[in-house]
Design a binder for this molecule. Structure first.
Ligand code: HEM
Length: 190
């Protein structure tokens, strides 16, 4: 379950980052851009639900221990990166949801063109007007996206270092059976 959720959410987030950047920065005709926004909202809310399930699973199922010879600072860095990733995995869709809720355009959110999804009364909660809230939330969502890109690269880079340089089996916990490349596999690694 942890592996399935990890890859579903991971690939979903990469697709969302590409979609988000394309929507806001690429010259896309209006009709396609509108469709892309609707898909971005639908996949984003799906990620929010999957991330909530992932957090619940993480709290109720202890992951296998990290290699015993891994230095303390590396364990700390991995733990810190994971906490930030969980924070953004939940925070990004919540801010996106708040953003469309506060949009002066008042476009309803209908997931995958079928399931009506309510908007949150963020403006009433914080006593803002839509004109005040909208740019602040858009900036927060954009900077969260850039931070998420940096964290995904760091996380993937660390996973590859474990597999290709340290050869300690950490990546094989998420991709069971992934072949060892280069030198023969060390006997002690899973
Ligand atoms: C994991 C989830 C999400 C990720 C990684 C993500 C990522 C992004 C990124 C990178 C951008 C481009 C920001 C920029 O450069 O200006 C963006 C824009 C946007 N996202 Fe998301 N997003 C997520 C979830 C959501 C959700 C759930 C919604 C709404 C229900 C949403 C609504 C929007 C909107 C409306 C924009 C355009 C903002 C603007 O016009 O300035 N996003 N998103």
């Amino acid at each position: 379950m942890a592996i399935a959720l990890h890859w579903t959410i991971g690939l979903g987030i990469i697709a969302m980052l590409v979609m988000g950047l394309a929507m806001t920065h690429a010259p896309i005709p209006p009709a396609q851009k509108f469709a892309l926004f609707q898909l971005h909202k639908s996949v984003g809310i799906t990620i929010l639900l999957a991330a909530a399930l992932r957090l619940l699973w993480r709290f109720t199922h202890r992951p296998p221990p990290l290699p015993g010879d891994m230095p303390g600072w590396e364990k700390g860095a991995a733990g810190g990166t994971h906490v930030l990733l969980y924070g953004l995995m939940i925070g990004m869709p919540l801010v996106g949801w708040a953003l469309v809720s506060a949009s002066p355009l008042n476009i309803p959110t209908v997931l995958y063109g079928r399931i009506p999804w309510p908007h949150i009364p963020v403006t009433a909660w914080f006593g803002w007007t839509k004109a005040q809230a909208s740019p602040v939330l858009a900036d927060l969502h954009a900077w969260g996206g850039y931070a998420l890109i940096a964290l995904v690269l760091l996380h993937a880079g660390a996973a590859l270092r474990h597999h290709l340089v340290l050869r300690d089996g950490v990546l094989r916990r998420m991709i069971p059976g992934l072949p060892w490349l280069g030198r023969p596999r060390p006997e002690s690694s899973p």
